[in-house]
Design a protein around this ligand. Sequence first.
Ligand code: PLP
Length: 293
Amino acid sequence: MSIKINFNGKIQEGAEISALDHGFLFGDSVYEVVCTFNNQLCFADKHLKRLRNSASGIQLKVPYSDERFMREIVRTVAVAENEESYVRIVVTRGVGEIDIDPSSCERPNVLIYVTPVKPYPSTYYEDGIDVALVTVKRNAREALNPGIKTGNYLNNVLAKMEANRLGAKDALMLNPWGYLTECTTSNFFFARDGVLMTPSLDCGILAGITREIVIQLARENGFVVEEGQWPQEELEKADEAFVTGTVKRVLPVTQLDNRPIGDGKPGPMTRKLMRLYEGLLQGLHGKVEQLQK
Ligand SMILES: Cc1ncc(COP(=O)(O)O)c(C=O)c1O
């Protein structure tokens, strides 16, 4: 895979980061993923805002202004010359002593990884994917708050491994109180009797940017959307389900724990929202940051 990494402003093929960086030692870092569509960055402003929120959630000082981030991202994407790019922005606590205390870390490191976007197979969108409700729980908000996008994803790594063992494409997690939360790298929606339902932020989930946009699109197009706390039993009566994320966009979920959801095909609300989201991306053309080659 071709990869360009902008390491503190220097673009290179790979990056050697110190083994003493607390991002590596303790997962003490924050990150964001932005994608291009028609070679334009999508929702970069929202991602940079969330990066700053995440950083303030772990009291990490971000060394770049938004303007500097945009300059470095645009420059790295231009050098990469991909048809469409996946951009991963990481800010680590930096190099320090081998000690959990971050006060020895003097300077955060900023990395911007740019690789070609790896789209999911089209069959996933045509047929939907299967998801497993796993035993691994999503962190409580009072622990490592899932609303903060840190480099410590071990909770979700374990959930994904459980899903792999169960032969499912992704894992759906409950919070410690038994309410539905989200999947390992996406937010979860289900529909019942024509109402679109999604776990509320207070369940302990990432405030997904695609989630927010899909909720807005749904409401603008006359769907009733409810955000709330629901136990897994609510899914037994679901007619359809889907997940949302920057790379996945809107991806239908047609099986849960090897049982079909509704008729086992992507449902009409899901298909409509897939179309609306694609239309929105197409409509961004010329309205978002142009990448100069
Ligand atoms: C745990 C988790 N939930 C939800 C999402 C979806 O967020 P977004 O739509 O902002 O990509 C992600 C994306 O990486 C994630 O890691």
